[in-house]
Design a protein around this ligand. Structure first.
Ligand SMILES: C[S@@+](CC[C@H](N)C(=O)[O-])C[C@H]1O[C@@H](n2cnc3c(N)ncnc32)[C@H](O)[C@@H]1O
Length: 370
């Protein structure tokens, strides 16, 4: 769980999700024999595999099994075997769950970052992706990239890199994502990482920090009071930034419902102010869907200050998609350089398997002209 997520994890989670749904459907409504078979298979899978335990949790298996357990009668010999199977599945599930949502501490260059990860079924950003660790390594090698800077992290997920940037002395880091469950977990991670004021750059005066307005224009403070969830702490704050809507809003057009699962206002941080721009933008594993090349390039064009720089660490699943990103970057009149990250320097196990990706791992620098 502490290691980075990769493609194999994702595929396993997809398969596990489908199979768990099928078993729970049979367990809820099937006749006795199919129900016993489904229970047996679920108990075995959950005992053996973290992915199956995670997906069972997301699908609400614990609640379904607990209800079934209460309704089953251990006096009857057949019922007892059913009771035993339910108990076995519940025991395995609880064992895994205790581990899934625990906090882990990652050490980078003498800085500790505490992160709570969830299940991939809760959103891709519920786990730390392999390339985020590579980005952390680059940031501790070159802390001047973020020191004293106004930093934006796009597609933060758990926020490992953005939180590390805050600890490395960024003036301010705005952590962003578009999924409600991911944003809530991001808030938990931010709260677990208090940045000592001595490590915050002297240029970070409250007056320099642009306010982050909410959907209806209310102040961040008012939003936080209303929701009782605190979306800022020290030199970090969390905002909602959905790339497609951001692009439309920055062009003065209305939001559409494209992407992102944002629900109730109470659980949603303020949206990043339309005119807020940054010295440094960082993003890891943010180009993986057909629409991402253009959207990520557009976000960089909108959000970088003149002369500002973005650093992206990409797991290149499709070389064509990555080349498309480079074309969009140039079309937005940005400068781009990229550098393959040499697999021998990538510690296997921690950083995933670069050879699983068509184009390996690539570090990309994008600069906006002065
Ligand atoms: C593969 S995860 C990477 C998470 C994190 N950066 C890491 O490397 O561990 C991709 C992240 O981008 C976010 N994302 C995807 N599409 C997005 C969009 N259109 N707008 C904003 N965020 C998006 C996802 O919610 C997710 O958190």
């Amino acid at each position: 769980m502490a290691d980075g997520a990769n493609e194999a994890d994702f595929l396993e989670a997809l398969i596990a999700s489908e199979r768990v749904e099928d078993w729970l459907q049979i367990i809820r409504s099937g006749t006795k024999q199919p129900r016993l078979t489904a229970l047996k298979e679920l108990a075995a899978a959950v005992s053996e595999s973290e992915s199956y335990a995670e997906e069972a949790q997301v699908a609400g298996a614990a609640g379904i099994l607990t209800k079934l357990l209460a309704a089953s009668s251990p006096a009857d010999e057949d019922e007892e075997s059913e009771t035993q199977l339910i108990a076995k599945a519940l025991t395995a599930l609880c064992g895994h769950l205790a581990a899934i949502h625990q906090e882990h501490t990652f050490e980078y260059g003498g800085h500790s970052v505490v992160i709570k990860q969830g299940c991939l079924g809760e959103g891709l950003g519920a786990r730390i992706w392999a390339v985020a660790h590579l980005m952390c390594r680059r940031l501790v090698e070159k802390p001047e990239l973020v020191r004293g800077k106004h930093v934006l992290e796009i597609g933060s997920g758990c926020g490992l890199c953005g939180i590390l940037a805050a600890k490395l002395g960024a003036a301010e880091v705005v952590l962003t994502d578009n999924e409600e469950t991911v944003l809530l977990n991001l808030q938990t991670c931010m709260a677990a990482n208090k940045v000592p004021s001595s490590s915050i750059s002297i240029s970070s005066k409250p007056a320099d920090v642009p306010s982050c307005t909410s959907h209806d224009g209310a102040s961040l403070a008012a939003d936080v009071q209303a929701s009782s969830i605190c979306w800022s702490q020290g030199n970090m704050q969390i905002c909602c930034l959905e790339w497609h809507n951001d692009w439309l809003r920055c062009q003065g057009r209305k939001n559409c419902c494209h992407g992102g699962k944002i629900g109730s206002d109470a659980c949603t941080p303020p949206t990043l102010a339309v005119d807020e721009q940054f010295d440094f933008v960082l993003g890891t594993d943010v180009i993986y869907e057909e629409q991402h090349p253009e959207l990520v390039a557009a976000v960089l064009a909108q959000r970088l200050n003149p002369g500002g720089q973005a650093l992206l660490c990409c797991a290149v699943r499709s070389q064509a998609l990555f080349d498309e990103f480079a074309q969009h970057v140039h079309a937005f009149n940005l400068l781009m350089t990229s550098q393959q990250i040499d697999p021998p320097h990538v510690k296997q196990g921690v950083f995933g398997q670069p050879h699983e990706y068509e184009g390996g791992f690539v570090l990309v620098t994008v600069t906006r002209r002065q």
